[in-house]
Ligand binder design. Structure first.
Ligand SMILES: Nc1ncnc2c1ncn2[C@@H]1O[C@H](COP(=O)(O)OP(=O)(O)OP(=O)(O)O)[C@@H](O)[C@H]1O
Ligand SMILES: [Mg+2]
Length: 399
């Protein structure tokens, strides 16, 4: 698990990329005074609030000493998990009497500093109930730590895959609520944030769960500001997680919000089927979830076989059909055939609102059904539909 670069001809059309990069930098410049202030503040040992530069900045700086104390010196008994960029610990901040999750970035990580900065900037400026809250950070010397609200139920991945027999299995309604909440977080990034934000690393381990399985998106280190002006996409080095990366993005490095919609489709498929995006322990044709699912989408009779066996048949058949229809549209090869995340939210909010009892079925249809073309808006499509479709959806690691 962890972030890894996917392949791609990301360095072709160098001039074009350069221009796009400049635009992205210009957009990022809007945030710059904050970053500079952050660096200054981090050298102080006090708990300085960063509100001075912008009324949106709520993240606090912490001295390293306080975070070491909070985690019993980063003891293994406090370890919550480990990702591609470092370890995450549960900690108690004495000064605030608050339980938090503290991510200590690997000091050997070459790219960690940029991701750290992006994470702090993005999470300082973006606020939504379905995005994890950044309590603060520490940039003392070469230490880089991020302090988040503690999410007591861990990640969605912990509840879907390799679960211990003692752990409660996610029921259908909870799964639909998690999917709808995650989609709402993405909708905020795509449609409410200005300029739009492309998340780039949507996957089950980055959907954290609070009380009542309330989902929040986490890990914004790879997030990108979306295209501005007449641009249809941003060009970037291809980064993401194998199995979740949209094919056109893996192939060309051209990033649009539709790349996120693809990743969301993969997550939704995992939620419905209980299978992993990539599972090397399965037979050859079943290792890649999307490749396995695509032929099955064509035959409604196969749908019940796609449901997670852990559900033990406890799902509304029509709800299953509709949820699979949404997932199928999200993972289409052609980015412009994928729905807008706003429509996904509508469909999943409807599915999540359906009270499921084993003997009853939902009665109304969803707006997003197979064969229904996704809603298009000319002005939105202009910024959304960049990138070429590709037959290949394989990704590979850069050296
Ligand atoms: N705010 C949090 N509250 C509770 N647990 C958390 C929190 N943040 C992370 N975790 C736990 O720590 C684990 C590691 O998180 P981390 O983001 O470092 O890695 P990852 O998401 O598994 O992989 P990647 O580095 O590719 O994002 C998560 O899977 C989750 O179980
Ligand atoms: Mg993560």
């Amino acid at each position: 698990m962890g972030w890894l670069p996917c392949s791609g001809k990301s360095n072709t059309k160098a001039n074009k990329s350069k221009k796009k990069k400049k635009m992205e930098e210009m957009a990022l410049d809007r945030l710059k005074p904050t970053s500079e202030k952050s660096k200054t503040d981090s050298s102080s040992s006090g708990e300085t609030s960063n509100r001075g530069g912008s009324e949106h900045i709520a993240a606090q700086t912490f001295p390293f000493r306080e975070l070491a104390m909070a985690t019993k010196n980063f003891s293994s008994e406090c370890l919550l998990g480990e990702g591609g960029f470092g370890r995450v610990y549960k900690g108690r901040l004495e000064s605030r009497n608050q339980i938090v999750a503290i991510k200590q970035l690997d000091r050997n990580g070459l790219q960690g500093n940029r991701e750290f900065l992006v994470e702090v900037l993005m999470l300082s400026l973006l606020h939504h109930p379905n995005l994890v809250n950044l309590t603060g950070y520490c940039a003392d010397g070469d230490q880089r730590l991020l302090v988040y609200e503690y999410m007591p139920l861990g990640s969605l991945e912990d509840h879907l895959h390799d679960i211990s027999p003692s752990k409660k299995r996610l029921d259908w309604s909870t799964r639909m609520k998690i999917a709808a909440g995650a989609a709402k977080g993405l909708e905020y990034l795509h449609d409410k944030a200005s300029p739009p934000v492309i998340y780039r690393d949507l996957k089950c381990s980055n959907i954290l769960l609070g009380e009542g399985y309330f989902p929040k998106l986490s890990d914004f280190g790879l997030a990108k500001l979306g295209p501005v002006g007449d641009n249809t996409h941003v060009s970037t080095r291809v980064m993401g997680t194998y199995g979740y990366c949209a094919p056109e993005y893996a192939m060309t490095g051209q990033l649009t919000v539709k790349s996120d919609v693809y990743s969301f489709g993969v997550v939704l498929l995992e939620i419905i089927t209980g299978r992993k995006a990539i599972d090397n322990s399965k037979a050859a044709g079943e290792q890649n979830l999307v490749a396995w699912a695509r032929p099955l989408f064509k035959d409604r009779k196969m749908f019940s076989q796609m449901a997670d066996p852990m559900l033990q048949g406890q799902y509304p058949p029509r709800g299953l059909f509709q949820a699979l229809a949404v997932a199928a549209m999200c993972v289409q090869e052609q980015p412009n055939m994928r729905p807008l995340i706003a429509d996904v939210v509508t469909a999943l909010t409807y599915l999540a609102s359906q009270k499921f009892k084993p003997d009853t079925q939902p009665i109304q249809g969803s707006r997003l059904m197979p064969g229904t073309p996704p809603r298009t808006k000319r002005d939105r499509d202009k910024k959304l539909n960049g990138g070429n479709s590709s037959e290949r959806d394989r990704t590979r690691r850069l050296s």
